[in-house]
Design a protein around this ligand. Sequence first.
Ligand SMILES: COC(=O)C[C@@H](NC(=O)[C@@H](NC(=O)[C@@H](/N=C1/NCC(=O)N2CC[C@@H](C)[C@H]2C(=O)N[C@@H](CC[S@@](C)=O)C(=O)N[C@H]1C(C)(C)C)C(C)(C)C)[C@@H](C)c1ccccc1)c1nccs1
Length: 261
Amino acid sequence: MRADTLDPFTVVSADGALLRGFRRPGPGPTAVLVHGVAMDTGVWLESGFLGELAGMEVLALDLRGRGGSERVGSARRHAVEHCVADVRAVLDAFPRERYSLFGLYFGGRIALLTAAADARVARAVSFCAHAEEVALPEEAVEAEAAAIEGPGGRAYLRDHFTAAGAPRWMTDACERADLPELAAATRGLRYGSGQAVPPCRPGQELVLVTADQDPGLADFRAGERRLGARLHLVGAPSRIRAAHRLAEAAGQLAGVPEEAG
Ligand SMILES: COC(=O)C[C@@H](NC(=O)[C@@H](NC(=O)[C@@H](/N=C1/NCC(=O)N2CC[C@@H](C)[C@H]2C(=O)N[C@@H](CC[S@@](C)=O)C(=O)N[C@H]1C(C)(C)C)C(C)(C)C)[C@@H](C)c1ccccc1)c1nccs1
């Protein structure tokens, strides 16, 4: 298989945060990839996702505090509005007619929120994150942040994801994480990450992907009704175990011609 040429890029977000990422050239439509909380652009290579998007031009960024991007330090600067601004900075740096956004877990919610905010997004695909309001349990999220920044932070992540049946690429991403910054990103979830995704714009296509046995399937079904999203189910017992099948799902979805704009 031809080795992918990945061209590194640097963009500056609205609040000045320096973001890094890579562009994989391609003749086809442009895909923008948004990773989850404890991840970075490495997941796209290691999950096989990139190979499934053959033909598309791919732009993948490290969100603030992850991968090669700037450590912003505070929970407030990890608010979801800043993550949306990070994605929009990539769109601004690579002007195209339209973009397809693919987001993994929390990156899926960021992709959906970016679509709601930006008409340049023709399609947003959220893998394993729905669009409905989520009441974040303050104590549980704080406990998780404390665990992550504590002495056993690496083990907390590795053990939780391994126990939940996460694929190697997800647990390996946790090994690369900057733990104090990941704790800040976790605390930053309280600033807007639970908000429901507003209705999208006419002509935009939203796709929600989750496990067919996801206990939270109702929240994904709600997105079908409320936002006119399409629901794409993968055979898996849970959202985390669906991660083994997401690259394959991406291949199926990327091949689907965009609905008439
Ligand atoms: C049911 O959860 C799963 O299926 C695991 C799944 N998480 C999710 O889908 C959503 N989170 C949650 O549901 C819930 N949040 C959580 N802490 C926020 C959070 O997520 N993390 C913070 C740190 C980072 C690692 C990431 C994460 O992953 N921690 C796992 C913990 C390891 S895992 C093996 O248990 C997680 O979930 N901890 C929960 C609890 C603390 C409540 C226990 C609630 C409160 C939002 C409902 C994410 C996408 C989300 C949605 C809306 C708003 C904010 C976040 C995964 N995400 C990535 C890979 S797997």
